[in-house]
Design a protein around this ligand. Structure first.
Ligand code: C5P
Length: 407
């Protein structure tokens, strides 16, 4: 990666001492780093430390350097802004667009990607005000790294700990790389994510353990690469990404209606959602009750349509279809055989195969997949769901149909 001009904003939390590690890693990776601490941050780390480690002067005062219009110059020159740690207060200020210090001005004056690493006590992280502010920032395309779950400054532990410096640096540089890759500009991408729920009665459903993390990561990655993204969201357990057209669905039939409509004219359809194969034959109007003396309950289920196979077997010129196959098969060779059979049966162009089980696949932050095409194994990807998302798009992007080339 070429040398980047990176602003590291440090705000006033105890994790500020760990931000020194972020600055050092970025400098050692060859980047030009300008630290902008808040007054609060300087109570935790000294300016001389930050100047020595960043190898650049550190400015704090909004009213210094007025002749060189420093309050906007730092932000305008930045290729990337990393804020670590980001306190609840700074997150609120960013969400509101406040510019009462040098960091606030720097952020507002910049068009660079922003990556923040929140750090605070669990109660503050879970507070609805913070949650709403984080959602606003996500919606605007800010990348949120962490927080991690673990021991906090006091005796308490929970979500709120700042991610480790190497994780923050990796996520920040990946964000710049992704923004530089605009290979989906002008493309229309549809992603299904989450797991469907089939109601039995007003209070119960048949569902599955899919959290939607992998599908959401694909939607976010496609958007970062310039695509116009429609996300068909089935009961997500994670926040939906910003900048996408979100269509919420719950059952397989609802997902089918939404994806069929959205897929028409799309360049790429990625079916990451876990769709129920069966649904109750009838939905009880009232809550199903135990019957005196019964020793069980038999449910009658009917087949749901195979949505992917439906799209795959209908004419879909110009639309690349990517399916997922989540299998519990332990043997690798057998897993790939199952995948190859599924690729063929569904008429998909690519199939992303992953092993799932009690501890693998679902609701985790990382994933391990094999990407199959008609030619066989095209790629293997292992890592965070975001890096897996980019690897899937790396395989899909060059295969998009010529007829849908932008412009
Ligand atoms: O057959 P299986 O459920 O393993 O296939 C998984 C792939 O097919 C996923 O891409 C999933 O979104 C899709 N699927 C579907 N309709 C179903 C079941 C699965 O589109 N009824």
């Amino acid at each position: 990666m070429s040398r980047l001009n990176i602003v590291v904003g440090i705000t006033g939390g105890i994790a500020a001492y760990k931000a020194v590690g972020v600055v050092r890693s970025l400098v050692l990776a060859g980047h030009d780093v300008h630290v902008v601490p808040t007054d609060g941050a300087l109570r935790f780390v000294g300016r001389p430390t930050l100047e020595a480690i960043s190898r650049n002067p550190v400015h704090v005062d909004l009213y210094e350097g007025v002749a060189e219009v420093r309050h906007v110059a730092i932000g305008q020159a930045a290729d990337l802004i990393v804020i670590a740690p980001a306190t609840a207060n700074t997150i609120a200020k960013l969400a509101a667009g406040l510019a009462d210090d040098l960091l606030g001005n720097t952020v507002l004056a910049s068009e660079a990607p922003i990556v923040i690493a929140p750090a605070m006590h669990t109660e503050m992280w879970l507070n609805p005000a913070t949650a709403a502010n984080v959602a606003t920032l996500r919606e605007r395309g800010v990348t949120i790294v962490g927080p991690a779950v673990g021991q906090l400054t006091g005796t308490d532990s929970g979500p709120g700990r700042m991610e480790e410096p190497d994780v923050i640096v990796a996520a920040a540089l990946a964000r710049v790389e992704a923004s530089a890759r605009r290979d989906l500009a002008g493309r229309r991408v549809v992603v299904t994510a989450g797991g469907t729920r089939e109601p039995l009665d007003p209070v119960r459903f048949l569902g599955n353990r899919s959290s939607g993390k992998q599908g959401v990561a694909i939607a976010e990655a496609a958007r970062a690469r310039g695509a116009q993204v429609t996300l068909i969201a089935a009961n997500l357990e994670v926040a939906s990404p910003g900048g996408c057209d979100i269509r919420e669905v719950s059952t397989a039939l609802e997902l089918q209606a939404a994806v069929t409509e959205a897929a028409s004219g799309a360049d790429l359809v990625v079916m990451a959602a876990a769709v129920a194969d069966y649904r109750p034959a009838s939905i009880s109007e009232s809550k199903i009750k135990k019957q005196p003396g019964d020793d069980g309950l038999t449910l009658e289920l009917v087949r749901n349509p195979d949505i992917l196979a439906g799209l795959g077997h209908a004419p879909h010129d110009g639309t690349l279809l990517v399916g997922f196959a989540a299998e519990t098969e332990a043997d690798d060779e057998r897993l790939l055989e199952l995948g190859a059979g599924k690729l063929e049966a569904k008429g998909a162009d690519l199939l992303v195969v992953n092993r799932v089980g009690w501890t693998e696949g679902f609701a985790r932050d990382d994933n391990r997949v094999v990407i199959l095409g008609n030619e066989g194994v095209l790629a293997r990807a292992i890592g965070s769901k975001m890096s897996v998302a980019h690897e899937i798009l790396d395989v899909a992007a060059p295969r998009l149909r010529e007829t849908h080339e932008p412009g």
